[in-house]
Design a protein around this ligand. Structure first.
Ligand code: IPM
Ligand code: MG
Length: 348
């Protein structure tokens, strides 16, 4: 298996080192390659997703991605900003299905922003569409007739895009507790009405899955009121971006949530859902567990290696159950110490 490591910006390189430690400890027959991405690539080559990086990504079976985003480049033209690297990879590789699981780890109930008895019930999967929506619609700034500037981003979904993500979500629900909640804003948005209509059509193929619908504002509320009600949630790119950050704090820290971005085939990109966290980068305090859990997802989905994925996840769960905590969870362990703890749990 060919794995491309794209560490990126901010805390990306620090947490990538810890994922590499875990990969080394597993001693799997993998070919590793590396490339620049995001602000690091922009600084070196003038583009956040240089052709060489894209070519290596296309040739990889799995891409392990750290984070992109660097405040030094916040004012460069939008198409050259670090964030365009991840958006470009998602689009160029057809990575349309973003799986963002959120599950309470034993021992972390008191770290959640929610009451422990509410938080302990969390075991959900957000299936976020990743190739459409306002993210990829026409956008710009124009002058109105009255002479003021107006920014716009077009929200649009084609029925084929909704159908393929709906199939992914229904199949995921079949493999879990058989419940799927589709989140939209159909009371206001045409895009959402089409989304809902198409999800209902696809449901005909999955009589074993119980489908429900929820408006996104209500979903945001229900996610903190009673998150245990959710099994699989399917939603569009923008709503999924927001709800997955919210879900992360419900399980205790955004430093714990991994994600997989999948195409129709086996290829995938795996990344923590958090960003580059420039405020803490370079201090050795970032939580590497989401990065390490992303490696587990890579081995499972792109490597067909369920055993190694489960081993990593069990090691992370053990480390947390043993009380290992970084600053994000009110503890004092640094990035490297947490990575080392996972490695010894793997071997122990
Ligand atoms: C995420 C991030 C990205 C997104 C940014 C970095 C473009 O927030 O993966 O959730 O909005 O999708
Ligand atoms: Mg996000």
């Amino acid at each position: 298996m060919k794995i491309l490591l794209l560490a990126g910006d901010g805390i990306g390189p620090e947490i990538m080192v810890e994922a590499e430690k875990v990969l080394t400890a597993l001693a799997l027959p993998v070919m590793l390659d590396r490339a620049l991405v995001g602000g690091a690539a922009y600084a070196a080559t003038g583009h956040p997703l240089p052709p060489e990086t894209l070519a290596k990504a296309k040739a990889a079976d799995g891409i392990l991605f750290g984070a992109v985003g660097d405040p030094r480049f916040d004012s460069v033209e939008r198409h050259l900003r670090p964030e365009q690297a991840i958006l470009g990879l998602r689009a160029e590789l057809g990575l349309f299905a973003n799986l963002r699981p959120a599950k309470m780890f034993a021992g972390l109930e008191d770290s959640s922003a929610l009451r422990p008895e509410v938080a302990s019930a969390i075991d959900l999967l957000i299936v976020r569409e990743l190739n459409g929506d306002v993210y990829f619609g026409e956008k710009g700034t124009r002058m109105t007739a009255s002479g003021e500037r107006e920014g716009y981003d077009i929200m649009a979904y084609r029925e084929s895009e909704v159908r393929r993500i709906a199939h992914v979500a229904f199949r995921a629900a079949q493999g879990r507790r058989g419940r799927l909640c589709s989140v939209d804003k159909a009371n206001v948005l045409e895009t959402s009405q089409l989304w809902r209509d198409v999800v209902v059509e696809v449901a005909a193929d999955y009589s074993d899955v119980a489908l429900s619908h929820m408006y996104v504002d209500n979903a945001a509320m229900q996610l903190v009121r009673n998150p245990g009600q959710f099994d699989v949630v399917v939603t569009g790119n923008l709503f999924g971006d927001i709800l997955s950050d919210q879900a992360s704090m419900c399980v205790g820290s955004i430093g714990l949530l991994a994600s997989a971005s999948l195409s129709e085939g086996k290829q995938g990109l795996y990344e923590p859902i958090h960003g580059s966290a420039p405020d803490i980068s370079g201090q050795g305090v970032a939580n590497p567990l989401a990065m390490i859990l992303s490696l587990a997802m890579l081995l499972r989905h792109s490597g067909d290696d369920e055993a190694s994925a489960a081993r990593i996840e069990a090691a992370v769960a053990k480390v947390l159950a043993d009380g290992c905590r970084g600053a994000d969870l009110g503890g004092t362990m640094g990035t490297a110490a947490l990575g080392d703890a996972v490695v010894s749990a793997l071997n122990g």
